[in-house]
Structure formats: structure tokens, C-alpha cells
Design a protein around this ligand. Structure first.
Ligand code: GDP
Length: 194
């Protein structure tokens, strides 16, 4: 079954985005570290399911071992469903993503978000980065250019509108994401013709 997978750290706004996209309401915030098994929902306007994977990265009250387990579960899910997943949406918090990436960059450390982005590509899953909470970001273009740089995409970000989608999920401002996802779906349909 055709699937769009939603991944991202805890608290970036995945539940909020799911609610916006599907029209259903989801548990936001509560129960960090309780591994949500992938949930499947229909995307409002489109003919595929969207699956919501558990949040990864730091969660208060969750020990390191459990965090690693969640990450392992996500990786296994993506590997085993790679053929069905048409697009993965990696949700990040536009306000904090650069600081978090830079804090976790080092000779022996690859930040989760960067790692996930490359991992999806290695699996052949097109990735769209939904840069959420843009209502809290003042220097929009600069911030998005920095994000491109960290992900190994040559700025300016405007060249990457199929990959970088600034949104404000809370206010329902997700048209750039809809566009980006649609582009990927259409690209794949075109590919299927040949
Ligand atoms: P999840 O853990 O990734 O599912 O994140 P949630 O959807 O629970 O959202 C975490 C917090 O971010 C909540 O307090 C949301 O209200 C807030 N949030 C979500 N989207 C936005 C947004 O677009 N702008 C702002 N300012 N806050 C947001």
C-alpha cells in the first residue's frame, strides 16, 4: 500500500501536522518515550496512507537505552517498508534545528536529523524536510539556507523546494509541504510510465 512516512524528533510538531493533514485529532505532547507503533491514517486529499513513527532523540524522562531502542525500531521499520514508502517527511523545529545539529556535530557524532536525512536517501526514499514552527523564525531565508548547508544541499534553499518545506503546522500553513509531497508523487508516477 502506498505510504507516506512521518519521522522526526519529539516535540517538533508531528502530531500537530498529522492532525492538520488528516483532520483527526491526536494525542499531542503526552507520554514521551512510550513507543507509538507506526500508526496509519489516510491523507485527507490524497490516495495513500500516512504513517506516524515514534519521536526520536532526546525526551525528558526517557533513558538512553530506550531512546536507542526507539531509533532502532524506526530504522527497521523504514528498511522493511522502503518499497512501499513513496515519500518520507522529516519534521524539524525551524526555531531550534540549527542549534541542535551544530551541538551534536563532531568528529564522532552525526546529528540525528542529518543522519536520518541521509539514511532515507540511502534507502532510496525521497525525503521532504518539513521545517515547522516557522512562525517563530525571523530570519527565514538565512535559517533555511543554513539548514541546506547542514544537510549537504547547496544553498540557496529556494533551489530545493521539493526537499525543504517551511511550514507552520499549528496555523495550518502547510501548502509548501503539500506541494513538495505532490511533486515527488508525480515524479514517481512519471517514472512508472517508463
Ligand atoms: P510531536 O511530539 O512531534 O508530536 O509534537 P506536537 O505536535 O505534540 O507539538 C509539540 C509542541 O509544539 C506543541 O506545544 C505544539 O503546540 C507546538 N507546535 C506545533 N506546531 C507548531 C507551529 O507551527 N508553531 C508553533 N509555534 N508551535 C507549534
Amino acid at each position: 500500500e502506498a505510504e507516506v512516512a512521518l519521522v522526526g524528533r519529539s516535540n517538533v510538531g508531528k502530531s500537530t501536522l498529522m492532525r492538520e493533514v488528516t483532520g483527526h485529532s491526536f494525542d499531542t505532547g503526552g507520554n514521551p518515550g512510550v513507543t507509538r507503533s507506526p500508526n496509519h491514517y489516510d491523507w485527507a486529499a490524497e490516495d495513500f496512507v500516512i504513517s506516524d513513527l515514534p519521536g526520536f532523540g532526546f525526551m525528558s524522562g526517557v533513558d538512553e537505552e530506550h531512546r536507542e531502542q526507539i531509533k532502532t525500531d524506526i530504522v527497521q521499520y523504514l528498511e522493511s517498508h522502503a518499497d512501499d514508502i513513496l515519500v518520507a517527511i522529516l519534521v524539524v523545529d525551524g526555531k531550534s534545528v540549527i542549534d541542535i545539529i551544530d551541538r551534536h556535530s563532531g568528529p564522532d557524532e552525526i546529528p540525528y536529523d542529518v543522519e536520518m536525512f541521509h539514511f532515507l536517501r540511502d534507502l532510496g526514499i525521497p525525503a521532504v524536510v518539513a521545517v515547522n514552527k516557522m512562525d517563530k523564525v525571523d530570519d527565514r531565508d538565512e535559517r533555511l539556507d543554513e539548514l541546506c548547508d547542514r544537510l549537504g544541499l547547496l544553498p540557496p534553499w529556494k533551489q530545493w523546494q521539493e526537499t525543504i518545506a517551511p511550514i507552520t503546522a499549528k496555523k495550518g500553513q502547510i501548502s509548501s509541504l503539500n506541494e513538495a509531497v505532490r511533486e515527488h508523487l508525480h515524479d514517481q508516477k512519471r517514472d512508472d510510465l517508463f
